[in-house]
Write a protein that binds this ligand. Structure first.
Ligand code: SAH
Ligand code: SF4
Ligand code: F3S
Length: 475
């Protein structure tokens, strides 16, 4: 699945997989990933660990020996999706009881052993920091045992594992630069499912970027729940050398100037001018920042424990636009959080109108057991009100993205072509620097090429245009 779709779906829904060359002999596993891009990247680590033990990846779950679901817990619906999916495997277990079914990721971590008790089909439950133990657990499960390993770690980054790339188009790749989160936003389950924040050795990140370059990749997205707090410290000759996110970004950008660099997610309280100047300095670091605001009301932001105010956020947006004038900005919004009044909801709408986001991922609040909010506040906004507020938020977003897209009419953008358009085989589709989707007639270009596209038409979600320049293929 495409990177942009991955990022669009990254907060809880399905993206499935997956193909690689299949070995004719030996055992096969099938893996499906749900949730954020970090889960997708983790599935590539899991694939690498399993391939080393002789398993090969399969696209067909009906014939696979091992079915893995890499799951998400961010909202209740994400968990329901996985539980519904598990029902599809009933028939397989009935016909081939030796097929093993494993749950990986955040749901595994949140529910632990409860998952094997509740879901009778499940044989293996493994949390995000325990993937190295998968081969041993599979062996144990083959003897008929139910096995669980959900130990979280303060050190594990899988930095030494070269991921097996599961998206066979080979244009956009993810690199996890850190794991976990120390922020404790009151609504969020991630600190509980992913554990403490830890950063990965920058040299292993650069090595992975070089490997993607060698494989012909054209875009790299650096991943972390809060990339701006990336920090690597190393003792060298009695002194401590520190690498921060801005420095890491530059190190990766220098690997090959023909590879686009993106990153996700930035936290408004932590993004620095140094990061902004680094983006402005390097042509191949995309002028696009995903900056989740969650709410426009200071009272709600405080209750969410986000660590910034509406004014701080607006100041950050101003600074971004000063340093990177054409920067695309997107956000995440949660509506109907505990105690949110209509007036506070209106403050979110007014913030959206003020910022004019290019894109937004919008949700209504879903209480997650064990979180700070679940323990401290009442989930007291009725569902109909959550839904009607969400509709207003979606409308505000549609207005701002249409307005912003209109300003792009007549402009020319450099686009990395990712795929053939879903609507017509004669059209190609890619994204510009600002992460906007651009669709245009293919001419003699192909996925993986860069082209300049002049925008002649827009929709609220897409820019449409024609190729005005082709760049020579670099691979
Ligand atoms: N680390 C990222 C976000 C990870 S979760 C950040 O801090 O921005 C992705 C998004 O899911 C969040 O930004 C939030 O908008 C949404 N989300 C998280 N928990 C949620 C919940 N309990 N209910 C509804 N949406 C939630
Ligand atoms: Fe969750 Fe907040 Fe951490 Fe993002 S920064 S993962 S929303 S706790
Ligand atoms: Fe979901 Fe876990 Fe990512 S809860 S959003 S898969 S970190």
């Amino acid at each position: 699945m495409e990177t942009n779709e991955l990022l669009e779906e990254r907060q809880g829904e399905v993206f499935s997989g997956i193909a690689l060359d299949q070995q004719p002999f030996g055992k096969r596993f099938y893996i499906e990933s749900y949730g954020c891009a970090m889960n997708f990247a983790d599935s590539e680590i899991v694939a690498s660990i399993l391939e080393k033990t002789g398993y090969s990846v399969s696209t067909d779950y009906e014939t696979a020996d091992l079915i893995l679901l890499n799951t998400c817990s961010i909202r209740e619906k994400a968990e329901q999706t996985v539980r519904a999916r598990l029902k599809n495997f009933n028939a397989i277990k009935r016909e081939k009881p030796e097929t093993l079914i494993g749950i990986l990721g955040c749901m595994a971590e949140r529910l632990k052993k409860k998952l094997v008790d509740e879901e009778k089909l499940v044989d293996i439950v493994v949390g995000p920091d325990a993937y190295r133990s998968l081969p041993a657990l599979i062996e144990e499960a083959e003897t008929g045992q139910k096995v669980v390993n959900v130990l979280l770690s303060r050190e594990e980054t899988y930095g030494d594992i070269q991921p097996v790339r599961l998206d066979k188009r080979g244009i956009s790749g993810f690199i996890s630069i850190m794991r976990g989160c120390d922020n404790m936003c009151s609504f969020c389950v991630v600190p509980f499912t992913r554990g403490r924040e830890r950063s990965r050795n920058p040299f292993s990140i650069v090595e992975e970027a070089k490997a993607l370059d060698k494989m012909g990749y054209k875009e790299i997205t650096l991943l972390g729940q809060n990339v701006d707090s990336y920090k690597w410290e190393e003792k060298m000759e009695g002194q401590t050398a520190t690498t921060n996110f801005a420095q890491l970004l530059e190190m990766v950008a220098l690997v090959n100037k023909n590879i686009r660099i993106r990153f996700s997610t930035s936290h408004p309280k932590d993004i620095t001018d140094e990061v902004l100047f680094t983006i402005a300095k390097h042509e191949n670091i995309c002028n696009y920042i995903h900056l989740p605001v969650q709410s426009g009301s200071n009272i709600v932001l405080e209750r969410m424990n986000r660590g910034y105010t509406r004014e701080w956020y607006l100041e950050k947006v101003k600074r971004i636009r000063e340093i990177i004038p054409d920067c695309g900005i997107s956000t995440d919004i949660i509506t109907g959080f505990c105690g949110e009044t209509d007036g506070q909801h209106q403050e979110t709408i007014s913030l959206m109108n003020e910022v004019q986001f290019d894109m937004a991922y919008m949700y209504y609040y879903s209480e997650r057991p064990g979180t700070l909010a679940a323990r401290k506040y009442l989930d007291d906004v009725p569902e109909e009100i959550k839904k009607s507020r969400l509709t207003e938020i979606i409308d505000a977003k549609a207005k701002s993205s249409t307005g912003n897209n209109e300003k792009d009419l007549g402009k020319t953008f450099k686009v990395l072509i990712e795929r053939v358009s879903k609507k017509s085989d004669d059209d190609l589709c890619g994204r510009n620097d600002q992460n906007k989707i651009v669709v245009f007639p293919k001419g003699d270009s192909k996925p993986g090429d860069y082209v300049d596209v002049e925008i002649t038409k827009i929709t609220p979600q897409t820019l449409l245009g024609k190729i005005v320049k082709q760049y020579p293929s670099t691979n």
